[in-house]
Design a protein around this ligand. Sequence first.
Ligand code: NAD
Length: 260
Amino acid sequence: SRTYVVTGAASGIGKATAERLEADGHRVIGVDIKDADVVADLSTGEGRTALVHEVEQRSGGRVDGVIAVAGLVAASPVTVGVNYFGATATLEGLRPLLAGSDAPRAVVVASLAALEEVDEGLYERLLADDEPGARQEAERIGTATNAAGSSAIYSTTKKAIAQWVRTHAKDPEWAGAGIALNAIAPGVIETPMTAAALESAEGRAALDAGAPSPLNGPAAPPAAPAALLAWLASAENTHVTGQIVFIDGGAESIRRPERI
Ligand code: NAD
């Protein structure tokens, strides 16, 4: 049995992932801003420090898998704090605890929205690891939306976290230390995040137009990404790393069929 840390464990995909891993007989340390083993606000420096400290205490200093799911869609600087800096702080902060595992793995949840055009100003500040600058850019962007009609802040944070995985997976600290590092990019998943849109026929149609899902669409239950996260973070995953795995019923393949 392995020990996993799952952020965003109180709801949606994170909750389904924690339940899946526990059902498989593993130990899960759930992290969230509420209703979790470790209560921490990942939009703040204090919360990120508390996360590392408390996971250290609870795990006895060794974890086998880190699964960073916490995130939000609000058109707000807080989204920058959680989706990008909270996620990188989770992955980097807990990386030392993975050193004790004989099969260490890390996965983060990006999004199909990462395919939208980015806001260049925000994207640059994210890749520069400049949180105050990135928050300022988010203030400037405000409620502007991308071509798909969702927050430009959200899609830019998701592209940046996916790029972060691409950049770092090969590094000595990750691949060199035997740690597989991947992202998943979900299309539409039935969680509280999408509940309002999925409630009406119009909302479902709009989501399906933005992310057409010919395979079992238009939306997937959270157990679907949970199973993928569980495998990518499992001991069985010995050679998949640096990948952004789309779990979207085919939307990405429709959007850019030429890409292999
Ligand atoms: P959700 O709202 O059900 O769950 C998100 C969780 O993150 C919540 O429990 C929330 O409390 C937690 N969280 C938010 N802010 C936090 C903070 N400051 N500190 C700690 N925890 C915080 O949503 P979900 O659909 O399960 O989303 C999970 C992840 O999947 C997110 O990163 C989201 O962007 C991504 N995603 C979701 C969809 C979808 O269709 N639902 C699609 C693509 C990507």
